[in-house]
Design a protein around this ligand. Structure first.
Ligand code: NAD
Length: 281
């Protein structure tokens, strides 16, 4: 339950102008997607220096195709089962009521969109989309096609060549439409997630700064704030004169520098915030 002073703070922060959210892996934990670094996360079983880089993954695929396929299966397992939780739905309700002007997310799970959020800035891409490496055209890769692809990979895990041809089918050349409109530059599509060492998509970063420039409150949810450059956004917001609050299960790397920390589960605290604001979830 929120304390009296927290309820007052919610009213001050959320009713005096546009609120922007910055979300991280913690908001999706209650949807069953483990954080990568936390207990049971992918990086406990797979070394991120290899598996979170394009070069590393290409080398695993070439040398040990079965290990590569196992990784892809595990990567998509939780993502394919997850559904938006009360925290994602609360953000959608805040947007609908005009209080939230957008959500900037580090997540790649598509759950904000599935919850109904319209303005979603994706700093690290989206695992349910492929992108042309030349012209950057993005095309959704629906859950059903991912299931199909993962199943085919599993059946052909013994053969590097077969795996390559399966990828070529799901990540074709630009101009060979997967679904919807595609570009036409003949570049190769790839999964639209940002790997370690890669630049963040410029356009999304610009949209994130533009949202923060116009907000009065930045609310960080479920992020340890250790992954840069996303972690620099709360301090940028403060420099621009916005309040910064966080809703997190435990203190983040920037807790000491921000205005207030709500400690607890996002799926509990955000619906309570809706209650305080008298917004239907
Ligand atoms: P992180 O894993 O570094 O930190 C998660 C934070 O969430 C922790 O501080 C934890 O205390 C908090 N938390 C855990 N459960 C919570 C809950 N129920 N409610 C509120 N807070 C909770 O996450 P990060 O800062 O986003 O950085 C991880 C990187 O990994 C990001 O770049 C992200 O792209 C990626 N990632 C994404 C997903 C996803 O798309 N769902 C999942 C795992 C990792």
């Amino acid at each position: 339950m929120l304390k009296k002073k927290e309820k007052d703070l919610v009213k001050r922060c959320f009713l005096d102008g546009k609120v922007v959210f910055l979300t991280g892996a913690g908001i999706s934990l209650e949807s069953g997607i483990p954080t990568f670094r936390g207990k049971g996360g992918l990086w406990e079983r797979y070394d991120p220096d290899t598996y979170a880089t394009i070069e590393g993954l290409a080398s695993v695929l070439r040398r040990t195709p079965r290990k590569f396929v196992r990784f892809v299966e595990e990567f998509y397992e939780a993502l394919l089962q997850a559904k938006p939780n009360p925290a994602h739905l609360a953000l959608a309700a805040l947007e609908k009521s005009g209080i939230m002007s957008g959500v900037i997310t580090q997540n790649i799970d598509n759950l904000h969109q599935r919850a109904g959020c319209r303005t979603v800035v994706e700093l690290h891409g989206n695992a349910f989309r492929v992108r042309c490496q030349r012209c950057a055209t993005g095309i959704p890769l629906e859950a059903q096609r991912i299931r199909e692809m993962v199943s085919l990979l599993g059946k052909n895990a013994h053969s590097y060549r077969s795996l390559l041809s399966i990828f070529a089918r799901y990540c074709p050349r630009c101009g060979v439409a997967l679904s919807g409109a595609a570009g036409n530059c003949a570049g190769r599509f790839r999964i639209d997630v940002v790997f370690f060492g890669e630049m963040l998509p410029e356009q999304e970063v610009a949209r994130a700064y533009a949202l923060i420039d116009r907000c009065r409150t930045l609310a960080v949810v479920g992020s340890s704030l250790v992954v840069y450059p996303a972690a620099s956004l709360p301090l940028y917001a403060k420099q621009r004169g916005a309040r910064v609050i966080e809703i997190n299960a435990e203190p983040s790397a920037l807790s000491a520098q921000i205005d207030y920390s709500f400690t607890g589960k996002a799926g509990v605290i955000l619906p309570e915030i809706l209650d305080v604001l008298k917004i239907a979830g």
